[in-house]
Design a protein around this ligand. Structure first.
Ligand code: CA
Length: 492
């Protein structure tokens, strides 16, 4: 093999063929997705946090490649996760809104016509486990066990309280009194279709369950796909005393609690890495770490140097910390500014798993396994979008290469050189009006591929759609004539 590589190298005079050859000869990796919830861009050490310690996560980031321009497909939870699992922009499959989380059992969920990445990996022979938050449908047919996961340990809603000794008595009391609905945040966790019997702080519980799955596969040749979706550091802000002690110097109580919650994730990641090493699975496990959307600085997060927060199409809403770690293949100590999307994970994982995609399956991302293994890439000319329906308006962000267009509500479109101006402070639409128009026109064209929502988050959302005020593409993509933003807009 060594000789073959040398021959290829000398004949081709470049490393591309060598890297492809290495990839082809690598056995299929285990895949571990570590997804945080509402983690800010600057809230891990490897992305520059000045006050949150994440030594285990940082060690992995240093041993892999950090992507500084990583985007998720939506600036809040449910649609972002639907996009991750389906490989589709949420607007293109009718899921631009969160599922309501009032405790009612609804019949809504991500359409079954969309094959999840877990289905594809399962069918390729992977052991598949979903651990943590789901938020893609409560009804049985939408549950992880019916969407390609051999195993599910977690909760179906959009968030959860963290201390079982606090939420379980509340749940039991309400249940005994016959209360309906009971909020999902206090419902006990499930292991497949049975009560999980959790006793520990939820972040620790989810880490421990991941370790259990890893240990359970010891000695087996079957690769695994674990989707570890921590609900930390999403609200409610609840941390363990021992973790809070690590951050005694942080004055703001929300920030201190948030930091301690992230620290608990880091502790879990360290323990999971130890389990992978003990089982000799570490070198052949691809670990992808990121957040489902930007942080909310009203709840302790820090997105510096990005503008905006969770929910926005400023960078702070959907540009997230991300790294890939896979000792066998991915370069260590590297940072890449190439824009990547969470939509890229589906085709990339399918490629690495040598999986077969369903016939006709549409994927909005692209296979980036070549980038991961160090192949030189041409300039990326695709657009990466974010599109959020507000109450009668849309926020839009679209990036291509160094450039990004942004529109917040009915404020004017702006154009930024996002490579030089990551904070979106210097609007360059006056200098490059044609560039702005071209990118807006392309985004408008993409918007025409959207379909109507399958459900609405609120009665007001539904009324706006039924009155024809949403989707509101006409107002959103009109560059010349702009209406004044409503004075209340910023407060929403
Ligand atoms: Ca989230």
């Amino acid at each position: 093999m060594k000789t073959g590589n040398k021959v290829l190298f000398s004949l081709a005079g470049c490393s591309v063929l060598v890297m492809s050859n290495v990839l082809a000869q690598t056995s299929r990796p285990n895949i571990l997705v570590v997804l945080c919830d509402d983690l800010g861009y600057c809230d891990v050490g490897f992305n520059g946090s000045p006050d949150i310690k994440t030594p285990n996560i940082d060690k992995l980031a240093k041993g892999g490649t950090v992507f500084t321009s990583a985007y998720v497909a939506h600036p809040f939870c449910g649609p972002s996760r639907a996009a991750l699992m389906t490989g589709r922009y949420p607007q293109c499959i009718g899921t631009p809104y969160n599922l309501r989380d009032e405790g009612y059992e609804t019949e809504d969920g991500v359409p079954l016509s969309e094959t999840f990445m877990s289905n594809v990996l399962h069918d390729a022979g992977y052991y598949t486990a979903a651990i943590g938050k789901w938020h893609l449908g409560d009804a049985d047919r939408f549950s992880p066990n019916n969407r390609g996961f051999d195993e599910f340990y977690g909760f179906l809603g959009g968030g959860h309280s963290y201390f079982p000794d606090k939420y379980k008595p509340m749940y039991n009391q309400q249940s005994k009194a016959g209360k309906y609905p009971i909020k999902g945040y206090i419902k006990p966790l499930m292991h497949n279709n049975q009560p999980a019997g959790e006793t520990e702080y939820i972040t620790d519980e989810l880490s421990n369950q991941t370790i259990r799955v890893v240990n359970g596969l010891a000695g087996k040749t079957q690769p695994f796909f674990i989707y570890l979706a921590y609900n930390a550091p999403h609200t409610p802000l609840e941390a363990k005393e021992e973790d809070l002690k690590q951050f005694a110097t942080i004055k703001n109580p929300d920030r201190r609690t948030y930091a301690a919650m992230v620290y608990a994730v880091d502790r879990g990641v360290g323990e999971i890495v130890s389990a992978l090493k003990a089982n000799k699975q570490y070198d052949n496990t691809l670990i992808v770490f990121f957040s489902d959307n930007g942080g909310n600085f009203n709840h302790g997060a820090n997105n510096y140097p990005l503008q905006g927060l969770k929910g926005d199409t400023w960078e702070g809403g959907y540009r997230v910390p991300m790294f890939f770690h896979w000792p066998q293949t991915i370069a260590a100590g590297k940072k890449s500014d190439i824009p990547v999307s969470s939509l890229d994970l589906y085709p990339t994982f399918a490629k690495l798993a040598k999986a077969t995609l369903p016939k006709g399956k549409i994927l909005d991302g692209k296979d980036i396994s070549g980038i991961l293994s160090g192949e030189p890439t041409a300039a990326d000319e695709r657009m990466i979008y974010a599109f959020r329906h507000r109450e009668g308006y849309n926020d839009v962000g679209a990036r291509r290469g160094d450039w990004k267009i942004t529109r917040m509500g009915n404020e004017p479109w702006q154009l930024f050189n996002i490579t030089n101006d990551i904070g979106e402070h210097r609007d360059m639409s006056g200098q490059f009006p044609d560039r702005l128009k071209t990118m807006v026109a392309e985004t408008e064209k993409w918007s025409r591929t959207h379909v109507g929502p399958l459900w609405y988050y609120s009665a007001k959302d539904e009324a706006l759609w039924k009155a024809g005020i949403l989707p509101g593409f006409g107002d959103t993509f009109e560059v010349e004539q702009l209406v004044a933003p409503p004075s209340s807009y910023r407060l929403k």
